[in-house]
Design a protein around this ligand. Structure first.
Ligand code: FAD
Ligand code: DHB
Length: 389
């Protein structure tokens, strides 16, 4: 089999890259280790930056997103029970849209199916070859049979644990990492959200987030130590803990019910450099991880593949390698700014095992500064709604 761009991974990065290239008439094949149902069963991110929404529109997959997504003009921070709203619309004239990653993935899969493009699910033992030359290949096993896919380029969109980054010789790659000593325990519940907008709460007992997927489905998170197991958290224990960490009004208004999903996500900051190795590119979680505070993970995957698609389109249209040569530096500049913002939001909103009384006063001062300075609030709003692609 032969294609122009072999894409490894059918998460949002791989599927959106495939769609953007399809719009420019560039053929792709996607190889995915899991089944389609498994990929759609993962509950992950929920907030789309305005630039991501615009990109999905340009890719012709924005219809359901506009019909069902919830446009939010602001978010709230709650610090030890004091709540403050950041009005993005007023501060910088931008908004975010609440629309689950599962839905984005489903919309992109449907569009790809409709176009009759090839996605090979349950592709086992995917391996990358000869990407340092002009004729890269990807090998994989499907139903016990080994196959080879010849291509012009390989896009590694296979997440943090994928094979693409692992295929790069160790001495060609520099990595930067920070692992946090806590995770987010998240639950999904078929009850209306506690408030119209998201509430990011800081409390001595730890961070909490009140989010949503629709007017009738809520998503809540509490910070838990990395050593906690999901089995240790009954629904009742979760609700009790969440109530303690938010303000009184939210605690009173909270509508609880049986969880329909419950999982713990670890928190990590990670960046690999560079992101191009001959004819192999890394994009999305294969290239970087942000802690979820600030909802940047999915949005960064989108901005990476927007730049990669542009570079590849330029290559095929003009036979110019300027775009692909510049890909890594271009996206890393935006990636590091999102890393900075996610790290900052994580640092002010969480309780760290080594946070001393001085550290807590600094966290409080950050909150008071944000609450009272229009310049600080604008900076927060600009980053939360997304820096330019
Ligand atoms: P992925 O979505 O990880 O997709 C990669 C795909 O590659 C997967 O389908 C995987 O099965 C496939 N793959 C892996 N290895 C191979 C292989 N060897 N061969 C073929 N295919 C392979 N972000 C937020 O902003 N908010 C959140 O609340 C949030 N929660 C998260 C919870 C969890 C548990 C995780 C893991 C991430 C979360 N994120 C969150 C981050 C966000 O979901 C990711 O940034 C986003 O999924 C990145 O998209 P991607 O396409 O790069 O990677
Ligand atoms: C959600 C996740 C986030 O990381 C975030 O910052 C906001 C919302 C969510 O899953 O709804």
């Amino acid at each position: 089999m032969r294609t122009k761009v072999a894409i490894i991974g059918s998460g949002p990065a791989g599927l959106l890259l495939g769609r953007l290239l399809e719009c420019a008439g560039i053929e792709t094949v996607i190889l995915e280790r899991r089944s389609q149902e498994y990929v759609l069963g993962r509950i992950r991110a929920g907030v789309l930056e305005q630039g991501t929404v615009e990109l999905l529109d340009r890719a012709g997959v924005g219809e359901k997103l506009h019909a069902e997504g919830l446009v939010h003009e602001g978010v709230e921070f709650c610090f030890d029970g004091d709540r403050h709203r950041f009005n993005f619309q007023e501060l910088i004239g931008r908004t975010v849209t609440v629309y689950g990653q599962t839905e984005v993935t489903r919309d992109l899969m449907r569009a790809r199916d409709r176009s009759g493009l090839t996605t090979i699910y349950e592709a086992e033992n995917v391996s990358l070859h000869d990407f340092d030359g002009d004729a890269p290949k990807v090998r994989y096993v499907k139903d016990g049979v080994e196959h080879q896919l010849a291509c012009d380029f390989i896009a590694g969109c296979d997440g943090y644990h994928g094979v693409s980054r692992a295929s790069v010789p160790g001495d060609a790659l520099r990595t930067f990492e920070r692992v946090y000593p806590f995770g987010w325990l998240g639950i999904l519940v078929d009850k209306p959200p506690v408030a119209d907008e998201l509430i990011y709460a800081h409390h001595e007992r730890g961070f909490a987030l009140c989010s949503m997927r629709s007017p009738t489905r809520s998503r809540y998170y509490v910070q838990v130590p990395s050593s906690d197991r999901v089995e240790e958290w009954s629904d009742q224990r979760f609700w009790d803990e969440l109530r303690r960490r938010v303000d009184e009004e939210a605690a009173d208004d909270l509508m609880t019910g049986p969880s329909i999903e419950k999982s713990i996500a670890p928190l990590r900051s990670f960046v690999a450099e560079p992101l191009r190795f001959g004819r192999l590119f890394l994009a999305g979680d294969a290239a970087h991880i942000v802690p979820p505070t600030g909802a940047k993970g999915l949005n960064l995957a989108a901005s990476d593949v927007a730049a990669l698609a542009e570079a590849l389109i330029e290559f095929y249209a003009e036979r110019s390698s300027a775009g692909i040569d510049g890909y890594s530096a271009r996206v890393l500049s935006r990636i590091w700014k999102a890393e900075r913002f996610s790290w900052w939001m994580t640092s002010i909103l969480h309780t760290f095992p080594d946070t001393d009384p001085f550290g807590r006063r600094i966290q409080r001062a950050e909150f008071d500064y944000l609450r009272t300075s229009a310049a600080a609030a604008r900076s927060m709003a600009e980053n939360y709604t997304g820096l330019p692609f």
